[in-house]
Design a protein around this ligand. Structure first.
Ligand code: SAH
Length: 355
């Protein structure tokens, strides 16, 4: 994966110790082998443990029947780090929204999105979100805490088990701002790739942009896709939607994105939520094209998904198409994401910790 280690060394629990025990989920086969050996067990038990955690989805070490009984009893209390499904809502298009209960009782949302050949999971990276973007439901509920790497990996395993189908893609587009939780996001990317077996190119991290963090992320030279939530073609408009755009202006964000392209050799995806009459006019499309000219990028338009607290409107198809046409004319690669799961309030920006 990357030349730089994403997680340093062995940081796994010691049985019988009452200190805060870091759960096992997210640990590599090497870490698990070292851990079992610390317990006086042969190294091959690490491989077994890895298989039981990631392939069989075991929830308690006490249930690993290939382990000696006495040792199982000793380590029974060591947490693996799995959540429980608190609520599950199926949309007519087959998208499933899950409310998952974490060990401390916090609730997060995860979405499973099946399409013909894919099963995509949209994972949360924080409980709530501090960014408070005006059009997003998650921000309305405030911010509680970052998720641990195990809590991110768990979301993927949970959807995989519930669908009884391998997850092919993961998008970090659920609740929270991934680049405010970079360490756990990097550790979970590594684990999803190496332990769960999802190709790096099938992993996408979406950010609204946090100063210096995109450059730092680039330095890990991952093959994952970076998506940046742009949503406006100029600073004045962006500031109205995204409070954090004030101290971190569009120009600085775009400069950092250019550096990302230079460092990684990978293009950036720009997300642009289309709000009728606000940022969806042809002149906005022209301005956006101007911003992105010569930039190795791709624009992903997201027609606004309604939330209760604000009265933005989704543009009609003609307006969306007109916006697309301008970008295409200007040789900007563009696609439209018609969000799935609308009926279950599981679409982009509709995630909050309630049914
Ligand atoms: N914090 C990250 C990831 C979270 S949301 C980020 O900002 O990128 C994933 C995408 O959904 C973001 O582009 C976000 O701006 C967009 N989004 C939020 N609310 C939305 C809404 N009501 N309708 C459509 N897209 C929305």
């Amino acid at each position: 994966m990357s030349a730089t280690p994403l997680v340093s060394g062995l940081d796994l629990p010691i049985p019988g110790k009452t200190q805060l025990i870091p759960p096992l989920l997210g640990a590599s086969v090497t870490d698990l082998s070292a851990w079992v050996q610390q317990q006086g067990q042969p190294a091959y038990r690490g491989k077994q443990l890895h298989e039981w955690i990631y392939q069989k989805g075991v929830r308690s070490l006490a249930d690993i029947s290939v382990f000696p009984k006495q040792w199982r009893a000793e380590v029974a209390e060591i947490p693996i780090g799995r959540s429980t499904i608190h609520h599950r809502a199926v949309a007519p298009d087959g998208t499933i929204k899950y409310l998952l209960r974490l060990a401390d009782g916090q609730i997060i949302e995860t979405v499973g999105i099946p399409t013909e050949k894919r099963l995509t999971v949209c994972v949360s990276t924080q409980v709530g979100c501090p960014m408070a973007c005006d059009f997003c439901a998650t921000g309305k509920g405030g911010y509680t805490r970052n998720l641990g790497r195990h809590e991110i990996v768990d979301q993927v395993l949970t959807v995989q088990e519930d669908f009884q189908q391998r997850v092919s893609h993961v998008v970090f587009m659920g609740m929270g701002e991934p680049l405010l939780n970079t360490e756990n996001v990097l550790a979970s990317l590594k684990s999803l790739n190496q332990d769960v077996g999802i190709g790096q190119r099938s992993l996408t991290v979406s950010t609204v942009g946090i100063r210096d963090r995109i450059r730092q992320f680039a330095q890990h030279h991952l093959q994952v896709t970076l998506a940046v939530s742009l949503h406006a073609p100029n600073q004045a408009l962006r500031e109205k939607l995204i409070p954090s755009a004030r101290p971190y202006p569009l120009e600085d964000l775009l400069t950092e994105c250019r550096e990302y392209v230079e460092i990684t050799g990978r293009r950036v995806t720009f997300e642009y939520v289309l709000l009728a009459g606000f940022n969806d006019l042809p002149e906005h499309a022209w301005e956006l094209a101007k911003c992105l000219r010569g930039f190795q990028s791709h624009v992903n338009l997201i027609p606004y998904n309604p939330i209760q607290e604000v009265d933005y409107k989704r543009p009609n198809r003609d307006r969306i198409q007109a916006f697309v046409n301008v970008l295409k004319q200007q040789q900007i690669a563009v696609s439209v994401r018609y969000s799935r799961g609308l009926e279950a309030d599981a679409a982009c920006g509709q995630l909050r910790a309630s049914k």
